[in-house]
Design a protein around this ligand. Structure first.
Ligand SMILES: [Zn+2]
Length: 538
């Protein structure tokens, strides 16, 4: 069985005329060979996969070609026919590997020796920015007085990390990202040569070039993988290979954030995790989509018509809010890099993002619009209860607690299930199904939640919850939401207080003490009962 050669290796350019893009660089390099004005140190800088090492290898061979073929390799002379991998006069050093330093030191010792077979001895140093300070110093010594038979080609993706003393001794060439057209043409060329052009359509080739972000190596490797899966390559397979999702799924998630559809947002995120997707890459995809919405809403005819049709539904969303969404997405991507509990972090951020869109928002005539007069009950963003009020309510709830009423209440709690798809109350029903009614009286109900953000949601939507419970129980309860963790402490204190003979007094709430910020009498009573218990607050 013959060894499989990757498409990237198979189609690596073998002379200047086969190189994709980088035309200015190639022209200058060819001219320097043609005119025999060859430098002794070159630096090739640019993003990954743009051809730096390939061009370095071609240059190394072209300067050694025995025929002057307009600056390119002739392909026929003794030197051109040599196998570059076995040629001792062309030395490749990977500065990212440990022995980079030793190899650079060795160069200093060997550099004076003449080449054994070729005209020039060539040193290609890949990822040169990875060299240690001492290795750079050793390199610098050599670059200060290079023998005429030696050429250095230093390649890097991070030119800012190269000492200026080294830079000043090199001729610099910038390798640019390839454009879509250049990548597409090369991919098509390879498919044609491989006799697979009928198995992959234009939309897939377009997608591969778009996802490779100007790096030809990534594009060819992606093509290689895609062609090896199935006979016919599909768009979905290409997204799958990279752990990404398609444009429509990205827009669906953004739509759900803007419509404050928290349930769907969480469901989508769970699905992404369950199917092993590349979450950081997807967040970057979405960030670009949000940016596109901002551009679309503030310019004219920037994108092609087909893509603008996907953006049109966002045209009426408030620009400031979209920009805020963009900021939060950016923050999430940044925080994700240093956080271990990733899924929770992603969920919390997405819920936070829905809070940006505090007005009632709905999709109408294919566009998402802010609609204040919307009759639908949606989650709101305003906190309806203060910290102090909450303490009073907990106190009162504990005062009036009644076990029998609790049992009656729980007996009918299952009725909420009838509302999980209800247009008006679905969000509230889903939230209450996550709650545990802990304390029930004829006037108050205390619910506990496992997650803090559920308490926050509860507090923001108290009015609607009261309305909903009235519908179910025909009683206008006052409701309190507490996290299970806080409840544990409140309960412990309650039991201790009762044991020690401390009495819980009912505190009358009237409009006056509800709005006044300082009411020492009430605060004292509360402090006596709760001590300094922390109750979840935003
Ligand atoms: Zn030749």
């Amino acid at each position: 069985m013959s060894e499989y050669i990757t498409l990237y290796r198979k189609y690596r350019p073998k002379n200047f005329s086969e190189v994709v893009g980088q035309t200015t660089t190639i022209t200058i390099l060819k001219n320097s060979i043609k005119l025999n004005k060859i430098g002794h140190a070159y630096i090739f800088a640019g993003p990954r996969g743009t051809g730096k090492t390939s061009v370095a290898k071609i240059f190394a061979r072209a300067v050694n070609c025995l025929n002057n073929n307009d600056g390119d390799l002739c392909g026929k002379c003794g030197n051109c026919k040599k196998n570059i991998e076995e040629e001792i006069d062309i030395v490749e050093i990977d500065a990212a590997s440990n022995n980079g330093v030793d190899e650079i030191r060795e160069i200093r010792n060997n550099v004076k020796l003449l080449p054994s077979n070729l005209k020039y001895k060539i040193y290609i140093v890949d990822e040169v920015h990875m060299l240690s300070d001492s290795a750079f110093n050793a390199l610098l010594k050599t670059l200060e007085e290079p023998p005429s038979h030696v050429i250095f080609i230093l390649a890097t993706t991070e030119i800012n990390k190269i000492p200026s003393t080294v830079l000043s001794r090199c001729q610099k060439f910038n390798f640019k990202k390839l454009n879509n057209k250049e990548i597409k043409e090369r991919i098509k060329y390879i498919c044609e040569k491989e006799d697979r052009l009928t198995n992959i359509d234009d939309s897939c080739i377009e997608l591969i070039s778009r996802l490779s972000d100007g790096g030809l190596r990534d594009a060819i490797n992606l093509l290689d993988q895609a062609l090896s899966i199935n006979k016919e390559v599909t768009i979905d397979e290409i997204y799958d290979l990279l752990g990404l999702i398609d444009d429509d799924s990205q827009f669906e998630l953004i739509e759900n954030i803007i419509s404050k559809n928290i349930k769907s947002v969480i469901k989508i995120i769970n699905n992404l995790y369950d199917s092993g997707k590349n979450i950081p890459a997807i967040l970057n995809q979405i960030l670009i989509k949000i940016e596109n919405i901002i551009i679309y809403n503030n310019t004219e005819k920037y994108f092609d018509e087909k893509y603008e049709k996907k953006l049109i539904k966002f045209s009426k969303v408030d620009s400031d809010k979209i920009i805020e969404l963009c900021k939060q997405m950016f923050e999430l991507i940044y925080n994700l890099k240093k956080n271990t509990d990733q899924k929770i972090l992603v969920e919390i951020y997405f819920i936070k993002m829905t809070f940006i869109f505090n007005e009632n928002i709905k999709i109408e005539n294919n566009s998402i619009i802010n609609d204040d007069k919307n009759n639908q009950e949606e989650f709101t963003n305003e906190n309806k209860i203060s910290f102090e009020e909450k303490k009073i309510l907990i106190n009162n709830c504990l005062c009036l607690a009644n076990k029998k009423l609790k049992l009656d209440f729980l007996n009918n709690y299952g009725l909420i299930n009838n509302y999980i798809s209800d247009k008006k109350y679905n969000s509230i029903a889903n939230l209450l199904l996550k709650a545990t009614p802990e304390v029930v009286s004829n006037k108050y109900i205390l619910f506990t939640f496992k997650k803090n953000f559920e308490v926050i949601l509860f507090d923001k939507n108290i009015e609607i919850i009261v309305k909903f419970l009235k519908l179910l129980y025909n009683n206008e309860y006052e409701v309190i939401g507490v996290s299970s963790e806080d409840w544990k402490k409140i309960k412990e204190d309650y039991i201790n207080n009762i044991k020690n003979g401390k009495k819980y007094e009912f505190i009358e709430i009237n409009k006056n003490n509800k709005s006044s910020k300082k009411n020492n009498n009430i605060e004292d009573k509360i402090e006596n009962i709760f001590g300094d218990i922390h109750i979840t607050e935003e």
